[in-house]
Design a protein around this ligand. Structure first.
Ligand SMILES: CCCCCCC/C=C/C(=O)SCCNC(=O)CCNC(=O)[C@H](O)C(C)(C)COP(=O)(O)OP(=O)(O)OC[C@H]1O[C@@H](n2cnc3c(N)ncnc32)[C@H](O)[C@@H]1OP(=O)(O)O
Ligand SMILES: NC(=O)C1=CN([C@@H]2O[C@H](COP(=O)(O)OP(=O)(O)OC[C@H]3O[C@@H](n4cnc5c(N)ncnc54)[C@H](OP(=O)(O)O)[C@@H]3O)[C@@H](O)[C@H]2O)C=CC1
Length: 246
């Protein structure tokens, strides 16, 4: 995500809890594009004070912050009846509370400065379809969907746009546990009308569009990028050989 945004011309602060991961991202961008495009700032999105410090440091590093991408997430597959209160909280605090902490911190700065900005939240199509096996993450993403629409409408008059992308399966990060298995991966692909998994850089390009002035009239919207997965394949789920008209 960060590397592709830099390739498209952005200067980016990457943030998360693990310094080594952030440093590796910055080093990769430095090696490809030269220094000064990407910077690392550690933060924990569950902690408002940590987010405030991160926003301040990002402003120092970039001069001004024009956009925010809420990408942090956490999930583990679990039967709903076996999920503990703490397990539910662990995911919701990252996804829903974390998105709120980052969005409110950055947007308050924009509103106080009388300037606009763009927020893009990472959703998934199961934010509105639901997702048996991951009730914590689906509930949190559903909350972020409502937050996207609410704040999109509430702040658009101030030039602060809040939108979201809803990617389908990417063979990265938290989905490696499923998409990494060749047999499961093929079953996933078979269910996707486009017939392939999503490339992370395709998600980044959609994010870049929503961050850009080209999307200046797009408010509280969700751009779904899942190869038609949430629409299903209809009869093609059962056969790719529908009878032709005789
Ligand atoms: C099945 C379909 C999947 C489709 C996915 C497609 C879309 C992908 C969307 C994504 O969001 S990808 C991003 C995923 N990234 C990650 O998950 C990052 C790595 N994961 C984590 O950091 C952890 O999983 C975490 C739990 C989310 C956060 O860790 P934290 O250190 O805060 O939690 P813990 O202290 O370890 O545990 C808290 C609580 O949760 C219970 N728990 C943890 N793992 C499991 C598990 N596998 N099964 C059941 N319960 C679990 C743990 O026991 C604790 O509860 P208590 O025992 O204290 O009650
Ligand atoms: N992978 C996929 O197929 C899909 C992913 N998505 C969404 O895209 C986004 C990225 O997914 P993916 O790349 O797979 O996820 P990853 O698990 O690879 O990345 C999640 C990131 O969140 C960071 N993070 C987790 N907890 C915190 C925290 N408390 N504070 C700060 N950062 C945190 C992690 O860094 P660290 O642990 O170092 O803090 C990590 O960099 C997520 O929002 C996900 O829901 C949507 C659809 C499909």
């Amino acid at each position: 995500m960060a590397a592709e945004l830099c390739r498209l011309g952005a200067r980016v602060v990457v943030s998360g809890r693990t310094k080594d991961t952030l440093d590796a991202t910055v080093e990769a961008v430095d090696a490809e594009l030269g220094p000064g495009r990407a910077f690392a700032v550690t933060a924990d999105v569950r902690d408002p004070a940590s987010v405030e410090a991160m926003a301040g440091r990002a402003t120092e590093l970039l001069g001004a912050v024009d956009g925010l991408v809420n990408n942090a997430s956490g999930l583990f597959p679990v039967k709903a009846e076996e999920l503990t209160p703490n397990g539910f909280d662990a995911v919701v605090r990252i996804v829903l509370n974390g998105t709120w902490h980052c969005t409110s911190e950055v947007a308050r700065r924009w509103l106080a400065a009388g300037r606009g900005g763009a927020v893009v939240n990472l959703l998934t199509p199961y934010a509105w379809t639901g997702a048996p096996g991951i009730v914590h993450n689906a509930s949190a993403k559903g909350g972020v969907l409502a937050m996207t629409r609410t704040l999109g409408a509430e702040w658009s008059g101030h030039g602060v746009r809040v939108n979201a992308v809803a990617p389908g399966w990417m063979p990265v990060g938290g989905t490696d546990f499923l998409a990494g298995d060749p047999a499961v991966r093929q079953r996933l692909i078979d269910a996707i009308p486009a017939g392939r998994l999503l490339k992370p850089e395709e998600t980044a390009r959609a994010v870049a569009y929503l961050l850009s002035d080209d999307a200046s009239y797009v408010v509280g919207e969700v751009l779904t990028i899942d190869g038609g997965h949430h629409l299903s394949k209809g009869l093609y789920e059962f056969t790719d050989e529908l009878p032709g008209r005789s």
